[in-house]
Design a protein around this ligand. Structure first.
Ligand SMILES: Cc1ncc(COP(=O)(O)O)c(C=O)c1O
Length: 403
């Protein structure tokens, strides 16, 4: 089994079809480039759904991982280990929060935020037992666990997996009025993606996050920002909420926190919120393990320089200026912020999948989402030259469908 065709055939036959990958088998990667088993190189314009913000094989992150592998990889949380304190203090400082609760995957961190908000509702806000509700948004994407898909509005994610977890109210994304109308005495939290990634990089109207923050404060509701995909430099700031100077009560983080090496997720909140969790009430065998913390510490160190945030902001302007030139030429709309874009291709030309496949043929890996939208999120360390080359390939791909 050595060729792409052979490896794909076995993968398809022997794995569940819960994904529909592009037909490329990657063997190696460096920075923004990946190489397949036949030696063909591609620019990575997906970055593991923003998990590789700092690039493949980032030397600082790899060095931290390799160093840690020599010392200690797992203790479970039954004991302390020497990387844990720095991770919690460092991430606490980065988010401006008192406390951290580490987990592994993004979905686990979202579940954690939901549990914390409910417990806070009962113990601090005084909501009647088992009556708490959380307001969530249409077209949300927060992961794949049973509770999370219970409030998904995407039929593929939701249908066929009931019975569903109650306690969620779905409202229109981008409308503070819709949230205001949904709030009742039992509302404990609003869960929001500051930019909806999976839905197609949907940026809410200016002032939305600010007004949501004000509403949550006035109504004594926790604002939970799922920054798993939007955070850690992607949009040109450390957090997408920073664009409006908004500080949520709970940050939910994942993806790039693991530096593209290991799954690392966490929630960050102040002691009056996260302090409600006591021994035995939540946890994970691998959450906050030494390897994860060592990698997370390298990521935090990188973010503390501000270098990647500035680079995403600068290159983001280059990317969006160039993408906007395609509007009207096979592209209907371009949305996004920083090095993150959702490009709506004219559906009469081609599906997003067809465009992604053709783009792959030209050496750029990107993935479609929801029909005819292509999501672009290159590693932030990408060179300007490579960035522009990739957009040229996108332009040429779209042009090929117009002939
Ligand atoms: C905003 C958001 N939340 C949560 C998740 C789930 O993360 P994971 O796939 O690590 O469980 C994702 C993944 O795409 C995401 O984009």
């Amino acid at each position: 089994m050595t060729t792409s065709a052979e490896l794909i055939e076995v993968s398809e036959r022997r794995s569940a079809h819960n994904y529909h990958p592009l037909p490329v088998v990657i063997r190696e990667a460096d920075g923004a480039w990946v190489t397949d088993v036949e030696g063909k190189r591609y620019l990575d314009f997906l970055s593991g759904y923003s998990s590789l913000n700092f690039g493949h094989g980032n030397p600082k992150i790899l060095e931290a991982a390799q160093r840690q592998l020599q010392h200690l990889t797992l203790t479970s949380r039954a004991f302390y280990h020497d990387q844990f304190a720095a991770f919690c203090a460092g991430l606490g400082d980065l988010t401006g929060k008192d406390m951290i609760l580490p987990m592994n995957t993004g979905a686990e961190a979202v579940e954690t935020a939901i549990k914390v908000a409910r417990k806070w509702g009962y113990e601090v806000k005084g909501v009647e037992r088992d009556k708490a509700n959380i307001i969530v948004m249409e077209d949300n994407f927060h992961g794949r666990t049973t509770t999370i898909i219970s409030f998904s509005t995407d039929p593929d994610a939701h249908d066929g997996f009931g019975p569903y977890t109650p306690g969620f109210k779905v409202v229109k994304y981008g409308s503070v009025e819709a949230v205001r109308e949904a709030v009742d005495a039992n509302t404990v939290a609003v869960l929001v993606e500051p930019i909806q990634g999976e839905a197609g990089v949907l940026v809410p109207p200016d002032g939305y996050l600010t007004q949501l923050r004000e509403l949550c404060t006035t109504a004594n509701i926790l604002m939970i920002a799922d920054e798993i995909q939007s955070g850690l430099g992607r949009t040109g700031k450390t957090f997408a909420c920073d664009h409006e100077g908004v500080v949520p009560d709970i940050y939910v983080l994942g993806k790039a926190l693991g530096g593209g090496v290991v799954p690392v997720s966490a929630i960050a909140a102040d002691a009056d919120v996260l302090g409600v969790i006591k021994p035995g009430q939540h946890g994970s065998t691998f959450g906050g393990n030494p390897l994860a913390c060592a990698v997370g510490n390298a990521v935090i160190e990188i973010l503390n320089t501000g270098e990647f945030q500035d680079r995403a902001a600068r290159l983001g302007e280059v990317l969006h200026a160039r993408l906007n030139e395609l509007v009207g030429n096979g592209v209907i709309t371009v949305r996004g912020r920083g090095l993150w874009a959702g490009v709506d291709i004219d559906p009469s030309l081609a599906t997003g999948r067809a465009v992604s496949k053709a783009l792959m043929g030209r050496g750029v890996l990107a993935k479609d989402t929801h029909g005819s939208t292509i999501r672009l999120a290159p590693p932030i360390m990408i060179s300007e030259e490579d960035l522009l080359w990739a957009v040229d390939q996108l332009a040429a791909t779209i042009a090929s469908f117009r002939q």
